[in-house]
Design a protein around this ligand. Structure first.
Ligand code: SF4
Length: 518
């Protein structure tokens, strides 16, 4: 049986890091972990071929030579998923679709032959048993059950074109104990975090290591510290593995802000080689945080962020505009917070209601939903907001233009590097100018290209010279952050600002037409 695995295209977004990736000579940030995990659940005597549409084209011959096409995707990949389904249908090749988009809105996928909703550890074996017996049903769900991830197989990293990706990823846990109103994680993966065994994590890292990859590895958890006891049991094993292998991987993950309350955990993460953590801060407004039930962010947010940074871990953070409690000053408050918190990479989005969230249910009950969520959390809200849309769009544009001017980005990064002085995180010092490693092979040529031929070259040269003189031990760390920031600066200037300006002008024109008609 020939199985074709297809990972649909992800449009240009902040998450996609497309500008920085190109600079690094790579094609995508990360591989499709879910698909290669599901491949490991299928009979291993079958043959598998992976097509990641973010790195290569899907040819008709790929589809025609397959007995079964297996695809997965997030809401943001919806259009590409539908396109692949149509092409497979035209060639009469059966399709199996799973992933968050199908799980949230199965009714939108009438072209898929089989839908495996929820988590694959439950639905894949049931489907396979029926499929091989010739009696497969169209839809499989987990019926409210959440699988024990200690039985999840090691993903098939061998199926990847390793050279095409900037980073690799593994997963330690699923689920989150919190219940932020806008988030679908607890609906999809539950409130009780389920974690893998420590040895599973190191075996997965070993599998990545065996592919020859060295560099950044993302632990793709909903909330890495959702179960603090388990993570503290796992980290010593991870530290041993990293030490034994001379720290081949530089780690980052996603976690809730209560990480800052736990020195033991921060210390263990530093020792394991975590350089960054993505945290959902959402808003400096306590009213907005209460409205969205983000109670874990109560307290002095600035002190919490600074504490994590002082351990030597960079904080990347998510921010949201458009809460009902937001007033007209929210835009300047967000800018002020992001600046004072010295967060170089701030993912600022407009609030949108995703299908499997409490927010969606509330807004539906209030009759405020306008349209389907497109998966683009940078689009203007899909519901009637309390702030007028034009105010929101103008303010959003103002926030992005300010924080991603090259000058302001580098000012935050400088202030972060200064704050990390003398930090306990030894990982930063482990980044050496070593030509055998990723850093030497990718980052230095990228810097050379930037400095010699990019309009931002002068900014990069001045910043990297400043780091070299004042904080030479953080030079490689600063370079990785500066190159990651390139995407944010370029994407903001070339995509987001023109897009928001056009929406604002449209709204102004419509308002004028309405005035004239009245
Ligand atoms: S802490 Fe993060 S993952 Fe957990 S519910 Fe809130 S937004 Fe979702």
């Amino acid at each position: 049986m020939q199985v074709l695995l297809v990972w649909p295209e992800i449009p240009l977004t902040y998450w996609g890091a497309q500008y920085s990736i190109k600079l690094l000579g790579k094609k995508a940030v990360m591989p499709p972990l879910a698909l290669i995990t599901v491949a490991a659940m299928f009979p291993q005597e079958w043959t598998f071929k992976l097509k990641d549409l973010n790195i290569e084209k899907l040819e008709d011959s790929d589809i025609k030579s397959a007995d079964l096409v297996l695809l997965s995707g997030m809401i943001v990949q919806h259009e590409s998923i539908q396109d692949v389904l149509t092409r497979c249908q035209n060639f009469g090749v059966p399709t199996v679709l799973g992933g968050p988009d199908a799980t949230s809105s199965p009714e939108k996928f009438d072209k898929a032959n089989y839908l495996l909703l929820d988590e694959g550890e439950i639905t894949v074996p049931e489907f396979l048993a029926d499929f091989q017996a010739g009696k497969a049903e169209r839809i499989y769900t987990a019926k409210g059950k959440k699988p024990d991830v200690t039985h999840t197989p090691i993903p098939r990293f061998d199926l990847l074109n390793i050279q095409a990706y900037a980073h690799m990823c593994i997963q330690f846990s699923r689920g989150c104990p919190f219940a932020c109103e806008f988030c679908d994680i607890t609906t999809l993966y539950g409130k009780t975090p389920r974690t893998k065994q420590p040895t599973q994590v190191t075996k997965e890292l070993q599998a990545v290591y065996d592919t020859g990859f060295r560099g950044e590895v993302f632990l793709v958890d909903d909330n890495f510290i959702g179960n603090k006891k388990s993570v503290k049991e796992m980290l010593p094993e991870l530290i041993r593995w990293q030490e034994k292998n001379s720290f081949p991987f530089w780690l980052y993950t996603e976690a809730s802000l209560n990480l800052s309350d736990d020195d033991e955990l921060l210390d263990l993460m530093c020792k394991a080689g975590f350089h960054s953590v993505f945290v959902g801060i959402e808003s400096p407004s306590m009213e907005s945080l209460r409205e969205t039930q983000k109670y874990q962010n109560n307290g002095d947010l600035l002190t919490k962020v600074h504490k994590i940074q002082e351990f030597g871990i960079d904080v990347m953070a998510g921010f949201i505009l458009g809460f009902d409690s937001d007033k007209e000053d929210i835009f300047d408050r967000q800018i002020e917070f992001i600046t004072k918190a010295r967060i170089p990479m701030a993912m600022v989005g407009a609030l949108n209601a995703m299908p499997a969230t409490q927010l969606f249910q509330r807004l539906k009950a209030e009759g405020r939903l306008k349209e389907d969520f497109t998966g683009d959390n940078l689009a203007i809200p899909n519901f009637v907001t309390t702030l007028p849309t034009i105010t929101l769009v103008h303010g959003y544009n103002h926030v992005l233009s300010h924080i991603y001017s090259a000058e302001n980005f580098f000012a935050r990064l400088k202030s972060l590097i200064q704050a990390m002085k003398g930090s306990r995180n030894k990982t930063l010092g482990r980044l050496r100018l070593d030509g055998r490693l990723y850093w030497g092979q990718r980052l230095l040529p990228a810097l050379f290209r930037l400095v010699t031929s990019d309009p931002l070259g002068g900014e990069y040269f001045r910043f990297m010279t400043w780091v070299w003189i004042n904080h030479p031990d953080k030079w490689m760390f600063a370079l990785t952050r500066a190159i990651a920031g390139y995407h944010f600066i370029k994407y903001t200037a070339e995509v987001m600002v023109p897009r928001l300006t056009a929406i604002e002008e449209d709204l102004q024109r419509n308002a004028k037409t309405l005035e004239l008609v009245q």
